[in-house]
Design a protein around this ligand. Sequence first.
Ligand SMILES: NC(=O)c1ccc[n+]([C@@H]2O[C@H](COP(=O)([O-])OP(=O)(O)OC[C@H]3O[C@@H](n4cnc5c(N)ncnc54)[C@H](OP(=O)(O)O)[C@@H]3O)[C@@H](O)[C@H]2O)c1
Length: 284
Amino acid sequence: MKGKTVVITGATSGLGRATAFKLAQKGAFVVIVARNDTKAKEVIKGIEMEGGKGQFIISDLSSMEDTKAAAKSITKVVDRLDVLINNAGAFFPKYRVTSEGFESTLALNYLSPFLLTHHLAELMKLTAYECGEARIINISSIMHKGPINWEDLNYKETNYNSTSAYYQSKHLLTSSTYYRSRKLKKTDISVNCIHPGFVKTALSKADYPFPMNIIVPIVGFFLGESPEQAADTPVWFASSNETKGINGEYIHHRKVKKSWPPTRDEDAQTKLFYVTQTMLGEWL
Ligand SMILES: NC(=O)c1ccc[n+]([C@@H]2O[C@H](COP(=O)([O-])OP(=O)(O)OC[C@H]3O[C@@H](n4cnc5c(N)ncnc54)[C@H](OP(=O)(O)O)[C@@H]3O)[C@@H](O)[C@H]2O)c1
């Protein structure tokens, strides 16, 4: 990864943090996008103490204004972008609306990665043109197997269900991965998503409702991995020659898997792209 630049969101804890450290150890210049100044400084200091290089950009990624500003800041501090890892994500037990009017799960887990990717695509196209390729990796989840509430993506009129909102956000992220992979095919930018498995992080200790509050600890006990273990696949996917040319896939534990069939419905992907563009109009 020497000479390459990686942008990773949500790298102040859990999977993102472990991935950022490992990619910096491989020689990449790592830009982390984070909302917490103290935590971000600590990560970059840690990377530098190991001999790596990186920089942080402060942004609340549940805000589209902030996400757009982060993209602008990134293009000011780096002149190439080889890998973008959209990793930041959260589970919101209670219904929360952002100041821009979006339900928080939708905003952070889906709209922000969509927007960040949109605004960094030109820089990545340039990198791919000059260096042969660039890679976009969206961190999805096995918890993408839930329907899209097309009529009310923001739960304005539907009763909020935190689990459904999380499933929906990962469904949308997975679905948009496929759409964008086709859209960028001719540019030598690959777009893929990764289900990292069950990772023992702050997210795995969220305030889940029944039955998730029973299932999550049990699954975690038997199948849970540390962030360092789970970072293996994103790091491999971001850095290996083996993964060059893989495009529009759903990856788990270094293997190409099939995501839930509705996420692979191309008509729904196209509809989603236009619906999202309409929602994000003023920030595109
Ligand atoms: N853990 C699992 O079992 C699991 C399974 C499947 C998929 N995933 C996915 O993996 C990704 C990483 O999650 P994790 O398990 O590593 O959770 P985590 O430890 O809670 O990390 C989430 C990261 O996102 C950041 N973040 C949250 N809200 C943000 C905001 N508004 N603006 C900017 N950054 C924000 C957090 O920042 P702070 O440090 O400031 O909180 C943190 O760095 C997520 O997309 C998650 O959905 C996790």
